[in-house]
Design a binder for this molecule. Structure first.
Ligand code: IPM
Ligand code: MN
Length: 340
């Protein structure tokens, strides 16, 4: 379906290969017949190094008003100490996630041919505004032998409930609907108990969805040895972060992994980004794999209601031959466009 109105999309190309893969993604969106009016935002490590700007309230509010935000990658080159750890992560990425209330991080995985999870599809629904990422805690007596550092995990009934609800809704679209809670309920008993009860309560409204539970350490084994057991994994912010890198690795590499930072309540723009980083070492060489960014753009189209275009892009990516990945960014993009 093609609409008349162009979607207003904020584009944060960011650093390293970010701008290249974002540009590729936008050209695929256009080829799929969806009109987008992009507005570029210069944010990320390069911007920070130039003038110290990370993100302010005014820019956040402007971003909130877009139909969607497409992000490439944020971060300095590895070993560049001029950008202290956390400045961009907390100041930009997490500020966007928290400030725009992007409470679900949806990461679908499709095992490409030759990968450990070949032919398997599953998704991770990661809580995206709480957990150990919330910033609870602090430091006492910094730099002394008596230093104390705490970093608590925040889990609210409200936050867990809305995330779990999204996971069940997603699972309903599966041929065999299944939600697996991944946690560490045997050790993190307070948070684990809350998550378990919410999954049981919400699950009661979805009788056709099978419900399972795995400890997070065991889930690491199952993701490698038996990924086919999963439909939708629902988990907290930190477990979801770690598991999605593992899931990326077993499904063919992080170069394929897409993500949607969603505000399902639609009180502001949602943000779409590949899971991979800025890969400064290959920036500008034309060899970056744009498929994760392209898949992220497909998730954006799905969120915008362009289901048909989203499906066509997703299936073209799923069918893309692994041995063609070395062809380079523009050749991959062109081949993909030809197959739309
Ligand atoms: C991710 C990233 C981020 C996270 C970092 C860059 C803050 O690893 O999106 O998975 O930890 O969520
Ligand atoms: Mn991560």
């Amino acid at each position: 379906m093609t609409t008349n109105r162009a979607y207003r999309v904020a584009v944060i190309g960011g650093d390293g290969i970010g701008p290249e893969v974002t540009e590729a993604a936008l050209s695929v969106v256009a080829a799929a017949g969806v009109a987008v009016e992009p507005t570029a935002f210069d944010l990320g490590a390069a911007r920070y190094l130039r003038d110290g700007f990370v993100l302010d309230n005014e820019t956040l509010e402007v971003l909130r008003g877009f139909d969607a935000i497409l992000l490439g990658a944020i971060g300095p080159a590895i070993g560049d100490r001029r950008v202290p750890a956390g400045v961009l992560e907390r100041g930009l990425l997490l500020r966007l996630r928290f400030g725009l209330d992007l409470y679900v991080n949806y990461r679908p995985f499709h095992g490409v041919a030759g990968s450990l999870a070949a032919g398997r599809d599953f998704a991770i629904v990661r809580e995206n505004t709480e957990g150990p990422y919330a910033g609870e805690g602090g430091v006492l007596r910094h730099g002394t032998m008596h230093e104390v550092a705490t970093q608590g995990s925040v889990n609210t009934r409200f936050g867990v409930d809305r995330c779990v609800r999204y996971a069940f809704e997603r699972a309903m679209a599966l041929e065999q609907p299944k939600v697996t809670l991944v946690h560490k309920t045997n050790v993190l008993t307070f948070a684990g108990d809350l998550w378990s009860r919410v999954v049981a309560d919400v699950g009661a409204s979805f009788p056709s969805v099978a419900v399972d539970y795995n400890h997070v350490d065991a889930a690491c084994i199952y993701l490698v040895e038996d990924p086919g057991r999963y439909g939708v994994i629902v988990t907290d912010n930190l477990f979801g972060d770690i598991l999605s890198d593992l899931a990326g690795a077993v499904t063919g590499g992080i170069g394929y992994a897409a993500s949607a930072n969603l505000n399902p309540a639609r009180t502001g723009a949602s943000l779409f980004e590949p899971v991979h980083g800025a890969a400064h070492d290959i920036a500008g060489t034309g060899v970056a794999n744009p498929l994760a960014a392209i898949s992220s753009a497909a998730l954006m189209l799905e969120h915008l209601g362009e289901a048909d275009a989203a499906r066509r892009i997703a299936s073209a990516v799923a069918d893309f031959e692994r041995d063609q990945i070395s062809a380079g960014t523009s050749a991959i993009t062109q081949r993909l466009i030809e197959r739309l």
